[in-house]
Ligand binder design. Structure first.
Ligand SMILES: [Fe+2]
Ligand SMILES: [Fe+2]
Length: 351
């Protein structure tokens, strides 16, 4: 392969003239990525420099367009986990270069989030950690967000349809996210995690699994997700919220963060979904079609209790140091979720 000039660059080489998302997506889907990087010696270095520059813009200069770009790149890298097994993306999942990009992005992003959550003090060891987490969630602005009052009392069909589209990517991924918590799980937490997974799978009833329930709602509303599950709607807030789960799902070192994030998710859902279901009924969506959400009003009370008392409490009894990571993961979820709700409500009001 000729590396002496730009005249005969391969299609992958041409990617350098593209924006960062197109560039990295192109590399992820390059069937001969490792050969390409070996032949074009300074290509990797150029991309690293661009990523560092973008991270500075995104997280030090608060350029929100670039923040969206960075989170979008991370989103693409994480989604290699779910790509078709015979695709180039799957082959590149553990490319050292791709992993290096992921590490660089995660490090800067987490440093930013850590600065942001500094105001929340880690509870003292003697505190009742489970009740502390519950209070943290109940009093956080994510839990009292006006988005759900808006859905309950004011939103019309087009607002609900936008909300349903925007809610798709994580809802249809939830089984996988719970499943990602099983490898390497502590044996005493497995029955609870497995119970969550079983519920996600419809407790053995193939028509009752949560992904299908959600697809039924989309179908009833005439909403057709493409391969991207409507994730193209996401701004930096939606992408970051999604990425919090994958951060813990694919990185062993962030496993406890995902535990905290999951507990917050289950605690947040029931009261918010009650409001959502009230609003859906108000505009005439049938109980059958809104079943995905009404089902979670009850089941997530159980799941929240399970995460708190049958996963988190035994974990911190076994390894007290895990408290810090669980607490950080809970805050990551709450903060990014509140950002997402802000952006979504803002968008809905403009429709
Ligand atoms: Fe579910
Ligand atoms: Fe749940």
């Amino acid at each position: 392969m000729n590396t002496s000039g730009t005249d005969c660059l391969t299609p992958a080489g041409n990617l350098l003239s593209e924006n960062l998302v197109t560039l990295i997506t192109g590399l992820l889907n390059e069937p001969y990525l490792e050969t390409f990087l070996t032949d074009y010696k300074n290509f990797g270095e150029i991309v690293h420099t661009r990523v560092y520059e973008s991270l500075h813009q995104a997280y030090h200069l608060n350029n929100l367009d670039v923040r969206k770009e960075i989170q979008s790149v991370l989103f693409q890298i994480y989604n290699c986990c779910f790509s078709p097994p015979l695709s180039a993306c799957a082959r590149n999942q553990y490319s050292p270069f791709i992993i290096s990009l992921r590490n660089i992005i995660e490090k800067s992003w987490l440093e930013f989030e850590t600065r942001r959550i500094r105001e929340y003090q880690l509870p003292h060891a003697e505190d009742n950690f489970v009740s502390r987490l519950t209070t943290l969630c109940r009093t956080h602005r994510a839990a009292t967000h006006p988005l759900f009052d808006y859905l309950s009392t004011q939103a019309g069909d087009r607002h609900f349809d936008y909300f349903f589209r925007s809610d798709t990517a994580l809802n249809v991924l939830f089984f996988d996210l719970v499943a990602m918590m099983l490898p390497g799980s502590y044996p005493f937490t497995r029955s609870e995690i497995t119970k969550n997974l079983w519920d996600e799978a419809g407790q053995g009833n193939e028509h009752h699994n949560h992904v299908d329930l959600y697809h039924s709602l989309l179908k009833a509303r005439n909403l057709r997700p493409g391969g991207d599950q409507f994730s193209s709607l996401y701004n930096w807030q939606g992408l970051t919220g999604y990425n919090v789960f994958l951060l813990g799902g694919v990185n062993r070192q962030h496993y406890f963060k995902l535990v905290g994030a999951m507990a917050m998710t289950e605690l947040l859902d029931p009261p918010q979904y009650s409001k959502l279901v009230d609003g859906a009924r108000r505009i005439g969506i049938s109980d059958k079609n809104i079943y995905y959400y009404s089902e979670h009003i009850e089941i997530d009370v159980d799941h929240a209790d399970g995460w708190l008392n049958k996963v988190i409490q035994p974990l911190i009894d076994f390894d007290p140091v895990s408290r810090h990571e669980i607490y950080t993961g809970a805050l990551l979820r709450l903060e990014t979720c509140a950002d997402y709700y802000d952006d979504l409500l803002n968008t809905l009001k403009k429709l």
